[in-house]
Ligand binder design. Sequence first.
Ligand code: PMP
Ligand code: GLN
Length: 382
Amino acid sequence: MNAFPSKLPHVGTTIFTVMSSLALEHNAINLSQGFPDFPMDPDLIGLVSKAMSAGANQYTHMNGYIPLRGQIASKIERLYGASVDPETNITVTPGGTYALYTALTCVLHPGDEVIVLEPAYDSYIPSIEVNGGIAVTVPLQFPSYSIDWERVRAAVTTKTRMLILNTPHNPTGSVWKASDFLELQDMVRGTRILILSDEVYEHITFDGYQHQSILRYPELRERAFACSSFGKSYHCTGWKIGYCVAPAWLTKEFRKVHQFNCFSTNTPAQVALATYLDNYEAYESLPGFFQAKRDYFLELMRDSPFAFLDSKGSYFILASYKHFSQEDDKEFSVRLTKDHGVAVIPVSVFYRDGKDDKVIRFCFAKAEKTLEEAALRLRKLR
Ligand code: PMP
Ligand code: GLN
């Protein structure tokens, strides 16, 4: 059979699968891929079982179970003061990644440019390129990972169709400030640039910081897809369920693609979440819950040789090792997994050109005993 040209010739296997497999193979503690190793709320499990027993086992509405969309709209009003219509603005999806992919697919034509701030979550560039788009990368400023707005402005051309933002940010834990959104608003005013706002860690922010959702900004909201993930908010990443909020004109295009890709999202999970969203405490407690984990991990690692960078949100923290090893970050991460029994993520994989600042990413969304054992192993490193 004749080979066909790959649509993604430069893409291999995602680092999350590579490192989690390596962790398994070497029986290492897995602080690489971002997922909790502690149990989710049994009440939510109970609600799914109840939904299944009650017969909620067939397709639900293609745009999402209607009561769940109503609950999402109320939450957005409550948290971000935005009035969104469940009918025309909210689509429930099988995960946040799917929502991002669908937004890119419904918008991009071959040759369209998308501005991507690096380091960037690893699905963005392949999702742009598989749709014929061109990723135009702009680096965040190491080591604060703040945005150099002059550089972002300089990346805009007549072909710029979209900009992707992510706050709280994976992998760095940096967050967008209100002033960043005002810069963005100013930059896109009068242009046709759309925004794809990845907010899957919207409930995981630290040190009193209030999440700056794009939905708080009426002018930007008119040109934005905002994507969220219940997997991140409710410790159930394996459920793969999220949603996209966008104005009616963008939602219409989003749904044209969505209806022929998965059509509709898991019904019993949606029925359960529709009730569970009454429990505000479940997401209001997340900042304190994860901040305590971040701080506990840092305390345990105080005598380790790593120099930690600031994490203001997400469930990740970066650490530099350049003062005690000159290995590249991939080699270093593999050695840490194989020889020291702790798997981490090398940050260079989040740059298209593999920029290596000698920093690695730890996921601290783990049980205390997991963090303790990992720290015990890592403190021995010199
Ligand atoms: N965006 C970012 C930045 C993420 O870290 C994740 C986590 N996997 C996702 C999107 C996707 O979330 P989901 O598992 O709901 O697809
Ligand atoms: N978002 C998770 C992370 O950054 C992983 C999700 C995945 O494996 N695709 O670790």
